[in-house]
Design a protein around this ligand. Structure first.
Ligand SMILES: *[C@@H]1O[C@H](CO)[C@@H](O)[C@H](O)[C@H]1NC(C)=O
Ligand SMILES: *[C@@H]1O[C@H](CO)[C@@H](O)[C@H](O)[C@H]1NC(C)=O
Ligand SMILES: *[C@@H]1O[C@H](CO)[C@@H](O)[C@H](O)[C@H]1NC(C)=O
Ligand SMILES: *[C@@H]1O[C@H](CO)[C@@H](O)[C@H](O)[C@H]1NC(C)=O
Ligand SMILES: *[C@@H]1O[C@H](CO)[C@@H](O)[C@H](O)[C@H]1NC(C)=O
Ligand SMILES: *[C@@H]1O[C@H](CO)[C@@H](O)[C@H](O)[C@H]1NC(C)=O
Ligand SMILES: *[C@@H]1O[C@H](CO)[C@@H](O)[C@H](O)[C@H]1NC(C)=O
Ligand SMILES: *[C@@H]1O[C@H](CO)[C@@H](O)[C@H](O)[C@H]1NC(C)=O
Length: 502
């Protein structure tokens, strides 16, 4: 299997989720930014990451016979499906040495991109003498229940088993199986995840302390639920990122929305806009254009990573006036710059919904209700998150209602500092403060071993992406170093406890 060439999707998604399912003519926002380490949709091609080629012979793919429903004892609960996981044995110090296991917990995408994309595992394998295990999330990639993707995604009856509790139970079973298989019962497991996968990693440590010794939860917005984080946290940070990059760029974007409305209200206004933005199909509403632009700005901010720094690139275009000095020409120049060159057309290009988009839309419409809205204090037009509207749309589409309070009921989140300071241990919450999702992240140290490690200029999941000696800024090198040392501390303590017991 060639992982380098199968790199198609991206670790660490959680991107602005285009709710194309739902009537696009409705004015209401229906985007919940998806959380991926590298970035989905348009972001993939722009990731700017040159992935090191990994020698495929060191990776072996396995399929585990997984239970459909871990929590009930109904006859259908016992159905099984094949769940994919991949192991790299090359660096492992072996069971006799109780050498560690680094386990990447898959998120809302096929696993293929993660092998090369999650550099934290490969970059630290030698240092930890670690066995590397990558596990795919159910309902993505090759880990599909009910025999086929079509059947699995058919309706709420089959989608109902698609949730985080089932997913982390899957991970527990597979990790226990792997330890047993290689007689590695004493090997400490460190789980690693980014974005939604980072949430899973932290939840996993809290729910399965007997399976994982610790968790590295990168860019995990575990507090972006219920009312814990202000709804406008995400777009406030997008705005801040642009304003810090360039005040004039920020002003131009801020003024552009009413300019779009103004042009649209004129005779043939939509066709004027369609020409101006070289749209792939004629615009039917201004929200097609506005959502597209919002997505570009949000993606640029979320994945604002070195050495390219897309926010700076977009602002370079907007401030540069390559296509004219009026507001909309400047905005188009920003789009052009974002793509780094000519495309045949922009906006509303015909696309097939990606597997990730389809899966994540179910997840946000059932369990992962992340209330992102836009208030009037950003560079965007206000577009608040209205829970009742969101619920109605999800119910109309899937026939079941979202449960917006379940995540905090099941995993907690309110008063996290008070609750976790004397419960739980060994979790690193890492963030880059320029990542809009950091607004829902854990940014304060909670106890000696539940710690927040963040960087002022970092973006989404940057710390777990492959290291690059020639282009990584010092602050990123330092962040990774701190994380590795913390994990080494956990493992050293574990070995001394183990020794004392034996
Ligand atoms: C590291 O960064 C440099 C400079 O941006 C780039 O040319 C090189 O391809 C990168 N290497 C890898 C392995 O990504
Ligand atoms: C591990 O320990 C067992 C039992 O002591 C021994 O039989 C085996 O050869 C050892 N394996 C390795 C790889 O050292
Ligand atoms: C889902 O589809 C199956 C088979 O087509 C059907 O039996 C079941 O009632 C459907 N469930 C819902 C919730 O519509
Ligand atoms: C982009 O392509 C158009 C024609 O498709 C051409 O007129 C224009 O000069 C190109 N711009 C750049 C910067 O290459
Ligand atoms: C969408 O999928 C169909 C069928 O697989 C394919 O023919 C078409 O080219 C795809 N369109 C795009 C835009 O990828
Ligand atoms: C923003 O919204 C708040 C609350 O709805 C309102 O009190 C305030 O006047 C608004 N500010 C502006 C500048 O519109
Ligand atoms: C939390 O503690 C770690 C380890 O001591 C330290 O590196 C980090 O800077 C602290 N984080 C904050 C936000 O103070
Ligand atoms: C963050 O980046 C800005 C420039 O964009 C720079 O002025 C600042 O020193 C950086 N901060 C840190 C902590 O690296």
């Amino acid at each position: 299997m060639k992982y380098s060439s199968t790199f198609s999707s991206s670790p660490c998604l959680l991107f602005i989720f285009l709710m194309i399912f739902f009537n696009s003519a409705t004015a209401t926002r229906f985007n919940i930014p998806r959380l991926s380490p590298i970035g989905g949709t348009i972001l993939q091609e722009l990731s700017g990451i040159v992935l090191q080629s990994h020698h495929s012979e060191h990776y072996k793919t396995f399929y585990y016979k997984q239970t459909l429903d871990h929590f009930n004892y109904r006859p259908e609960s016992y159905s099984t499906f094949r769940q994919r996981y991949v192991i790299n044995f090359k660096y492992w110090g072996g069971a006799n040495a109780s050498a560690p296991i680094l386990a990447y917990l898959g998120a809302e995408a096929p696993l293929d991109g993660d092998i090369a994309g999650i550099g934290f595992l490969t970059d630290n394998a030698v240092r930890f003498n670690a066995l590397l295990v990558y596990i795919e999330h159910r309902y993505y990639g090759k880990s599909i229940p009910f025999g086929s993707r079509e059947e699995a995604l058919k309706n709420a009856s089959t989608l109902g088993y698609f949730n985080s509790a089932q997913a982390i139970a899957d991970y527990a079973e597979i990790l226990i199986h792997v330890k047993k298989q290689y007689h590695a019962e004493d090997s400490p497991v460190i789980v690693v995840g980014g974005s939604y996968g980072g949430m899973l990693a932290s939840f996993f440590r809290l729910k399965y302390p007997h399976v994982a010794l610790g968790a590295l939860a990168s860019s995990a917005p575990i507090l972006y639920f219920d009312d814990i984080t202000p709804h406008d946290g995400y777009f406030s940070i997008v705005t801040k990122d642009f304003r810090e990059a360039s005040e004039t760029c920020y002003q131009t974007i801020r003024d552009s929305w009413s300019e779009i409305d103004k042009v649209a209200s004129q005779l043939d206004g939509l066709s004027t806009l369609s020409k101006k933005f070289k749209t792939c199909n004629p615009l039917e509403t201004t929200s097609e254009l506005k959502n597209y632009l919002e997505n570009i700005y949000a993606s640029a901010a979320q994945y604002n990573r070195p050495p390219r720094y897309p926010v700076t690139v977009v602002c370079g275009g907007i401030d540069g006036e390559a296509f004219g000095s009026d507001i909309l020409s400047k905005i188009f120049a920003g789009v052009f710059a974002y793509y780094g060159g000519n495309r045949s057309c922009y906006v509303n290009a015909p696309t097939n919904l990606s597997e990730t988009t389809v899966g994540w839309s179910w997840q946000t419409c059932s369990e992962m209700v992340i209330p992102i809205g836009i208030e009037n204090n950003t560079m965007f037009q206000a577009d608040p998150f209205v829970l009742s509207e969101f619920i109605n749309k999800c119910r109309a589409f899937y026939g079941v209602s979202p449960r917006p309070h379940w995540v905090t009921t099941y995993y907690g989140g309110h008063d996290i500092k008070l609750i976790l300071q004397r419960f739980g241990s060994n979790i690193i919450f890492s963030n880059g403060l320029r990542d809009p999702y950091s607004s829902g992240g854990v940014l304060e140290n909670i106890s000696d071993s539940i710690v927040a490690v963040h960087t002022v200029n970092g973006s989404h999941c940057l710390d777990i992406l492959p290291a690059n000696k020639s282009s990584d800024p010092d602050w990123l090198v330092k962040q990774r170093k701190i994380e590795v040392e913390i994990i080494e501390g956990w493992i050293a303590k574990y070995y001394s406890d183990l020794k004392a017991l034996n």
